[in-house]
Design a protein around this ligand. Structure first.
Ligand code: SRM
Ligand code: SF4
Length: 574
């Protein structure tokens, strides 16, 4: 390792496969973990946070607590696993559950002294947090549509196996949190072999999503690797179209950072998918930037190498030629809301969760309601990439009882919500996220209400429009593929991005800079009016924006540093 590598690289290298000094840090009486060890803590699915609301009240003093993120491949949970999260959020957390944009659950507000008990309680239900954060392959997403049909089971099973395969081999998590086994002595530097990750793990986080060719609910082009299933005539998955180099994060001031959509790389038969994915991860391990973390995501490597060079390197490593990717057809994102048949006489019901926050409020007892339904009917649970929840495996005879409980707890059904509300997403931002420069989750309900009013006035209330809001440009709610992305720039000021494509195939572009929060909707109004006045019959907002040329007219050309947006050199020629 050269002397120029980033500090985090040095911390990882010395960590003895993710152990660091975590046990000693947990044993001391301080309410926090020191700054080197919080880097290692992330690999264990835990972020140290500081509630900025409380800090404001207390002056400079930080109010430490921890966020614990479970790893839930494809967002699939049993009733017991869901109920355990619910219980733990009361016992050790802040009494809410936060469904994430990557189909996981976050518990917020856990104090240091309760971390072990939290992870042990999750472990009792076979839930781990290892690799939910950190420079490693994160939770693998998958279309959550529950179905008893074989291909749906196949895609979920594939996702779970891939997720397990890409877990670190280190026993650190079990030693530190679960078994409390004797720690390795300090001179043991390579306790177990990590065949994929090595001692330094990856240069940066790495994300994978699995989609159906007709449903882009996982935003498959925003991942480092996206796998789009290729089914045969019988509906069985025979392989995947692999797309690579997606990612959302950018920095307002650093023009060398940009969001990027993944490019088609290859077709891979099902039985070889694991091997190909592993080798792509290995290329990022070997060639990703370990000096500059702002340039360390795989998307920058793909952007700089181009697809032909990446394919050549993969073919060299695998020692065989890769098949060309097939055409990628139209993919519409399905939110999986409402009652749907699962086949085998079973039903599922998808419920919209505003910004993924499961809590009881004055109007809606979402948390109590879900707890009662899941406990009584032992439904399965699937978390969606849109921060929503699906209750699965419901017998026909249980539907009426579940409906009654949904009504009793005032949980709104999807068909009572506007389209814009259903498609909306916001990240947690303040007060817990240390990177937030503006509010998101907490102000978003008002912003959406205002959009609803305006769309109603314009007669556009039935339109499928995705609006996503984040408290900084890191892109946690994937705002750069939304029709309208609202991205925190500084306190109460946002940049507005317009012209993404609801199917996830086009990035939006910056429309306005530093807009005050109360000017967000008025700023977008002229664009909505032009849409209303000039759209063709049945034309979606995103299609209109592309066809009419309005995007070019009203936005600055964003993300110009990405070669992908400037040239077509990443296309694989047949
Ligand atoms: Fe994220 C960092 C929350 C999905 C891009 N993200 C963070 C942290 C951990 C802040 C930090 O580093 O201190 C946030 C914790 C806030 C809190 O209080 O909970 C955070 N990210 C989230 C979640 C909870 C947002 C949500 O509304 O659900 C999502 C958790 C997903 C999960 O279960 O694993 C979440 N983050 C995403 C996504 C969307 C996705 O993966 O599909 C992205 C954009 C895609 C991508 O990675 O390119 C995303 N998060 C980031 C980045 C920018 C990465 C980059 O390439 O520049 C950061 C900052 C960083 O890594 O330095 C970040
Ligand atoms: Fe925090 Fe920014 Fe992610 Fe929002 S987008 S959770 S503010 S890092």
């Amino acid at each position: 390792m050269t002397a120029k590598v980033s500090r985090v690289e040095q911390i990882k290298e010395k960590s003895k496969n993710l152990r660091g000094e975590l046990s000693a840090q947990l044993a001391n009486q301080l309410p926090y973990i020191d700054k080197d060890n919080i880097q290692i803590l992330k690999f264990h699915g835990i972020y140290q946070q500081d509630d900025r609301d409380v800090r404001k009240l207390k002056g400079k003093e930080k109010e430490y607590s921890f966020m614990v993120r479970s790893r839930i491949a494809g967002g699939g949970l049993t009733a017991s696993q869901y109920l355990a999260h619910d219980r733990i959020s009361d016992t050790f957390g802040n009494g809410t559950l936060r469904l994430t944009t990557r189909q996981t659950i976050q518990l917020h507000g856990v104090i240091k002294g309760d971390l072990r008990s939290t992870l042990q309680s999750l472990n009792d239900q076979m839930i781990t947090a290892i690799g939910a954060c950190g420079d490693i392959v994160r939770n693998i997403m998958c279309c959550p549509a529950p179905s008893s049909d074989a291909s749906h089971k196949q895609i979920m099973e594939f996702t779970r196996q891939l997720s397990d395969h890409l877990l670190p081999r280190s026993r650190a998590y079990h030693e530190i949190w679960i078994d409390g086994e004797k720690q390795l002595s300090t001179h043991e530097t390579d306790p177990e072999h990590e065949p994929l990750y090595g001692k330094n793990y990856l240069p940066r986080k790495f994300k994978i999503g699995v989609a159906w060719p007709w449903d882009n609910c996982v935003d498959v082009f925003t991942h480092d690797i996206g796998l789009i299933a290729v089914p045969n005539d019988q509906g069985e998955i025979t392989g995947f179209t692999i797309v690579v180099g997606g990612g959302m994060g950018m920095n307002h001031k650093k023009i060398e950072t940009f969001p990027r959509l993944a490019d088609p790389l290859a077709y891979v038969p099902l039985e070889k998918a694991n091997e190909l994915v592993t080798e792509i991860v290995a290329i990022q391990r070997d060639h990703g930037d370990r000096e500059n973390r702002k340039h360390a995501r795989f998307k920058y490597l793909v952007d700089e190498w181009g697809i032909p060079k990446l394919r050549a390197e993969l073919e060299r490593r695998l020692d065989h030629a890769l098949d060309l990717p097939g055409e990628i057809g139209n993919m519409t994102p399905n939110l999986h809301l409402g009652w749907n048949s699962q086949a085998d006489d079973l039903w599922c019901v998808g419920l919209s969760v505003q910004n993924g926050r499961i809590a009881d409020t004055q109007n809606t007892q979402l948390r109590s309601g879900l707890r009662e339904i899941i406990a009584r009917y032992r439904t399965g649970v699937r978390l969606t990439p849109n921060q929503d929840i699906i209750l699965t495996d419901i017998r026909d005879s249980d539907r009426a009882g579940i409906e009654k409980l949904i009504r009793k707890h005032h949980i709104p059904h999807a068909d009572t919500l506007t389209s814009v509300r259903k498609y909306s997403m916001a990240c947690p931002a303040l007060p817990t996220c240390g990177l937030a420069v503006a509010e998101a989750e907490r102000v978003f309900p008002d912003v959406i209400r205002e959009f609803e009013r305006q769309l109603d006035d314009l007669g556009l209330d039935q339109e499928d429009l995705s609006i996503r809001m984040t408290g900084c440009p890191n892109g946690c709610a994937r705002p750069y593929v939304a029709d309208i992305g609202i991205v925190g720039h500084s306190l109460n000021k946002y940049d507005i991005f317009i012209g993404g494509d609801i199917s996830g195939r086009r990035l939006n572009r910056r429309y306005k800079n530093l807009v005050e929060i109360d000017q967000l909707v008025p700023s977008v109004l002229p664009v909505l009016e032009r849409y209303r006045d000039n759209k063709m019959d049945g034309e979606k907002f995103s299609d209109f924006m592309a066809r009419s040329g309005l995007i070019e007219e009203i936005t600055e050309s964003a993300y110009t540093n990405s070669t992908k947006n400037a040239a077509s050199e990443n296309k694989v020629e047949a």
